[in-house]
Design a protein around this ligand. Structure first.
Ligand code: PNS
Length: 166
């Protein structure tokens, strides 16, 4: 069974992530999307909300499973009985950080390889951070995230804005 893990923050999942998930799932028997739980950054969505959104938008891909994890990605990969990590490269600016992560992960465990997918051109400029910023200022995010996710973001952002006004 060829298994790969796509680890990330997914705060929230974007159309760029989804494109990588679809393409990676076509290459392996099972793709596990791993949502990092102990992120240093304070996320907009809880880990459960991030997992639920991913489950919602990957329902049409039968060999995708979504799980949360804490700690090192390589340990999660091993616990899934997988040996590949999937990551997307949007632009050269991603390369240095991604190469460092891939080298670190391989030096921790030589049995684990990272597979890089070049992000589809139409999504190359999208990041979860940019999407949240556009949503915060009331911009249209429908081109960046799946429709159901856009609804969750709008609700969450207006919740946060109400909280901050009180
Ligand atoms: O979506 P992101 O935030 O770019 O994903 C980054 C992620 C979660 C893949 C990375 O931060 C990670 O693997 N964190 C877990 C801790 C770890 O394994 N660190 C060593 C790799 S440098």
């Amino acid at each position: 069974m060829k298994r790969a893990v796509y680890p990330g923050s997914f705060d929230p999942v974007t159309k760029g992530h989804l494109d990588i998930i679809e393409r990676a799932a076509a290459l392996v028997d099972e793709l596990i999307v791993g949502v990092l739980n102990n992120n240093a950054k304070i996320p907009l969505f809880s880990v459960e909300e991030r997992v639920n959104m991913l489950v919602e938008v990957t329902g049409h891909i039968p060999n995708v499973r979504v799980e949360s994890f804490s700690g090192l990605s390589v340990d999660f990969v091993k616990s899934c009985d997988a040996r590949f990590i999937v990551r997307g490269l949007r632009a050269v600016t991603d390369f240095e950080y991604e190469l460092q992560m891939a080298q670190t992960n391989r030096s921790i465990d030589r049995g684990i390889d990272t597979l890089f997918f070049t992000t589809a051109l139409q999504y190359a400029y999208i990041s979860s951070t940019i999407v949240k910023e556009v949503a915060y200022y009331g911009g249209d995010i429908s081109g960046f995230v799946p429709e159901s996710v856009a609804g969750h973001i709008r609700r969450k952002v207006s919740e946060k804005q109400r909280e901050n006004k009180v």
